[in-house]
Write a protein that binds this ligand. Structure first.
Ligand SMILES: [Zn+2]
Length: 129
C-alpha cells in the first residue's frame, strides 16, 4: 500500500492578495479596493512582488472605476455608485461588486438583485397602506 501524504498549511489557505479585492470599512462606511501601486507609468514591485494599496472604491484613485467610467452612460454610473455606497445586499455579500463589470451591466444587476431599502423603487409597507 502506498502512503498518502497530506500536508496542511495555514499559509496556503490564505488568499493571495490580488487586484480587485474589496473590503468594507465599517467606521468610515466606505468600500476600499486593492490595486497595485503605480509610480508614473511603472508598476511598483518589491523583491519581485507587487506592492499593493487600498484606495476608496469609486474615487479618483480607483483605477478599475476610472476604466469602467470611460464611455459609460452617466446615469448607469451614478446608480452604480449609489448602490455601492450603501446597499445592504452588497455589504452583506449577497450582491458582489465586480470591479471590471461595465456600468450598464452593474446597474442592471443591482436593480434586479437588490432587495434592501437602498433600491430606488423600494416601497415601505407603510407607503402602500
Ligand atoms: Zn440592496
Amino acid at each position: 500500500m502506498g502512503v498518502i501524504q497530506i500536508h496542511f498549511s495555514t499559509a496556503s489557505a490564505r488568499k493571495k492578495p490580488q487586484a480587485g479585492d474589496l473590503r468594507w470599512l465599517k467606521g468610515k462606511k466606505i468600500w476600499q479596493i486593492r490595486q497595485q501601486v503605480r509610480h508614473g507609468n511603472a508598476w511598483v514591485v518589491s523583491n519581485g512582488r507587487p506592492v499593493w494599496e487600498w484606495v476608496q472604491r469609486g474615487s479618483e484613485s480607483d483605477r478599475a472605476w476610472q476604466s469602467t467610467a470611460q464611455g459609460s452612460d452617466e446615469n448607469d454610473m451614478a446608480i452604480r455608485a449609489y448602490f455601492e455606497a450603501g446597499c445592504l445586499c452588497i455589504i452583506a455579500g449577497t450582491l458582489p461588486i465586480l470591479p471590471k463589470e461595465r456600468n450598464a451591466k452593474a446597474f442592471q444587476r443591482y436593480m434586479a438583485g437588490c432587495t434592501c431599502s437602498r433600491h430606488p423603487e423600494f416601497e415601505r409597507e407603510t407607503d402602500r397602506a
